[in-house]
Design a protein around this ligand. Sequence first.
Ligand SMILES: NC(=O)c1ccc[n+]([C@@H]2O[C@H](COP(=O)([O-])OP(=O)(O)OC[C@H]3O[C@@H](n4cnc5c(N)ncnc54)[C@H](O)[C@@H]3O)[C@@H](O)[C@H]2O)c1
Length: 262
Amino acid sequence: MGRLNDRVAIVTGGGGGIGGASARALAREGASVVVVDVDEEAAQRSAASIAGLGGDGAFFRADLAEEAEVADAVAFTTSRFGRLDVLHNNAALTDSDFLTRDTAVSELSLDVWERTMAVNLRSQMLTCKHAVPEMVRGGGGSIINMSSGASLKGDRTRTAYGVSKAGVNALTMYVATSHGKQGIRVNTILPGLVITDAVRAHLDARMLAGLGKATLTPYVGEPDDIASVVVFLASDESRYITGQMIAVDGGMSAHVGLAGDD
Ligand SMILES: NC(=O)c1ccc[n+]([C@@H]2O[C@H](COP(=O)([O-])OP(=O)(O)OC[C@H]3O[C@@H](n4cnc5c(N)ncnc54)[C@H](O)[C@@H]3O)[C@@H](O)[C@H]2O)c1
């Protein structure tokens, strides 16, 4: 028996590195999974990989910054699978060209700020808005938002990204508080560095070793390190955990590192 048999899940940004891994991990535990992504080909590939595992997967193309498209994605899920139990709110703007335009505040253009808030934060509010009534109808559910360690600290760059993820932290507590008594649990994962295929393609071995100094673990995390926590938070094993921010970062946030070699 899988831990998520008979459950239905949406994974947003499920065509990407972490979303793809969590879609497959949820399916391995028995959930039917709808991969929602603005990149239709990537979503299709991810759904096919679920089918390749013998799982039950489907895909839906949507720009989750747009409310009508979010509503359509949720309606597709309930008409295809009859219910909705799990939402992994994982989509975000990660395109490296876009991120280089996300600068210190003094140089930040309003279009970068607005698009970041729309894709990273408004989308998570909209998916919660449309998923919660379906989950309540089915007797409850689990929402796993995706934040970042960058939401708890400042930096000289990526101002919009960090602030959008700080909004995700607050959204998590508000939705958890509003709908907890209706059986909805909401938590957010704060990943540190996670080496997806896309990240790996931009790093050579020396850069990877340098980044490895930031973690306390002997290795830098991979998408499956996040996916296993998504499965735990989706399952009844975590039934008394809600409204929480959970760092999954190899201890990156747990030390100062001033010595330079730790
Ligand atoms: N990889 C890391 O090191 C890391 C660290 C901290 C947080 N995160 C967070 O983890 C999540 C997944 O990141 P990833 O590294 O797997 O990135 P990724 O680029 O592989 O996946 C992101 C996915 O979101 C989709 N997406 C983008 N805009 C969308 C929109 N408007 N509507 C629908 N889908 C859209 C993309 O097409 C892509 O498939 C993100 O929320 C990211 O902020 C990642």
